[in-house]
Design a protein around this ligand. Structure first.
Ligand code: FES
Length: 161
């Protein structure tokens, strides 16, 4: 990873936005990457604005990968005020925003964020009935107690190359 990118990632990590679960979320998406073991969950809450449902707030939880956390921090800010369709139309590199182009070995980190967004927002994909605090334990809880929750985890197909 080049120094400039590392600096931009560190800048995003110095003040990460929107980390943690979001009580009362309208949609939740969880994805995992089987190769690196990283998992990421995204919560989205909508509000009505000018007769449209737009994203009021989005938050995330992630285990450890700095690039995924940096992208999720930027992406959750970027999608505020957008409709679900507008958010889904964003390309991976747009979600990474000011981090700029990612090296090939880090593109999947941004794709994890994109995958969580799709999992949350695409019709029929969002995890149901997880919005109330009683039904929405932390991501870590979900994976440490798999038999209790029935979390829907989508592993992304990764393009090798
Ligand atoms: Fe796999 Fe970042 S190293 S998500």
């Amino acid at each position: 990873m080049n120094d400039d990118l590392q600096k931009r990632i560190q800048a995003a990590l110095a003040n990460p936005q929107n980390m943690g679960e979001l009580a009362g979320a309208d949609a939740i998406g969880t994805v995992g990457n089987a190769d690196c073991g990283e998992m990421l969950r995204l919560w989205v809450k909508f509000k009505e604005q000018n007769g449209k449902q737009v994203i009021d707030r989005a938050t995330f939880q992630s285990f450890g990968c700095e690039t995924a956390i940096a992208v999720a921090s930027l992406a959750t800010e970027l999608i505020r005020g957008k409709t679900a369709a507008e958010a889904l139309a964003l390309k991976t590199e747009e979600l990474a925003g000011e981090l700029g182009p990612l090296p090939p070995m880090k593109i999947h980190c941004a794709q994890l964020v994109e995958g969580a967004l799709r999992s949350a927002l695409e019709p029929g994909k969002a995890e149901d009935k997880l919005a109330s605090p009683a039904n929405a334990p932390t991501l870590l809880d979900r994976f440490s107690k798999p038999k209790e929750g029935g979390v829907k985890l989508t592993f992304l197909d990764e393009e090798k190359g």
